[in-house]
Design a binder for this molecule. Structure first.
Ligand code: URA
Length: 230
């Protein structure tokens, strides 16, 4: 990281409400994102292998109508297969559809900064979406598309076994928690979810339009960080 990037990183952290930084090496010795010791309950040798098998199972998916509505490729997920922290978004946008990687557009760049603000990198965490294919014109995913695709997200979660899941935005939070409550009502609490603690927060795309909500997201991320340490 050069000087300019460091200044940008610290400025962003300040915007999020970070009060200061610590150079104490103990702060980093949390083992977050460190490989799990053993995974005897997994059929495959490692979570990485299990994720590869799941990706192969999805194949060049034609299970729902999105395959015929202009999607370029499946956007499966990215990051550490043994991550303690997992982010779940809604669906790929145009940039993700081209690159095949979740959260690489403007909202994704903001998500990267949010991850870095708690001392982690994208390589430490796992990032996926409820829907693996881009809906046309970035419309909201439809119910049949969610029902067809969400089992793959559930399998990703069950393989990775994160300690903490951050649901990004109304759509992901509602889908995972099976509720119609808006994100404003859902956030601020921790939910038990498939063996993980689930924290709903605002979607980075919403933050781009409403920068004043960064403070709440920072509160949510501090909570995530704390739960990772337990
Ligand atoms: N928004 C999402 O919800 N997911 C992405 O991958 C990109 C933007």
């Amino acid at each position: 990281m050069d000087r300019h990037q460091l200044i940008e990183h610290l400025t962003f952290a300040k915007e999020l409400g970070v009060a200061g930084v610590s150079r104490d090496p103990a702060w980093r010795k949390k083992g977050i994102g460190a490989p799990a010791e053993t995974t005897p309950d997994r059929v495959f040798g490692s979570p990485g292998d299990a994720l590869s098998a799941l990706r192969a199972d999805i194949g060049d998916c034609t299970r729902c109508k999105l395959h015929g509505l202009g999607r370029k490729q499946i956007v499966f997920g990215v990051g550490n297969p043994e991550a303690d922290l997992m982010f779940v978004g809604e669906a790929p946008g145009a940039d993700e559809d081209v690159q095949g990687i979740p959260f690489v557009g403007r909202a994704g760049q903001l998500l990267t900064k949010i991850i870095e603000a708690i001392g982690l990198t994208r390589d430490d965490v796992y990032i996926a979406n409820v829907i693996k294919c881009r809906p046309p014109q970035n419309r909201n995913p439809e119910q049949d598309e969610v029902e067809t695709c969400e089992p793959f997200l559930f399998r990703q979660i069950d393989i990775i076994k994160p300690k903490v899941i951050v649901a990004l935005g109304t759509f992901a939070a509602r889908t995972l928690l099976r509720t119609l409550d808006p994100i404003s009502r859902l956030r601020g609490r921790v939910y038990e979810y498939r063996g993980a603690k689930l924290i709903p927060t605002f979607h980075p795309a919403y933050l781009l339009r409403n920068p004043s909500s960064k403070r709440e997201v920072w509160e949510d991320m501090k909570l995530a960080r704390k739960l990772l340490e337990v």
